[in-house]
Design a protein around this ligand. Sequence first.
Ligand code: ZN
Length: 55
Amino acid sequence: MANFVGSINLGSVLCKHCGNLIDTVDTEKVIIYYSDCLQCNKESSEKEEEKTYEY
Ligand SMILES: [Zn+2]
């Protein structure tokens, strides 16, 4: 039997674009959150600025 000492962060926050581990959160179950890392967030925001809207 494994003897767990202390708290283990089961929740992982991964970047949905590049898969990098952004952060870990203390949860009771294994949960994976998907978000944007700073680099991908920056790149996506730059792309949005290049978008043109036709009416
Ligand atoms: Zn990323």
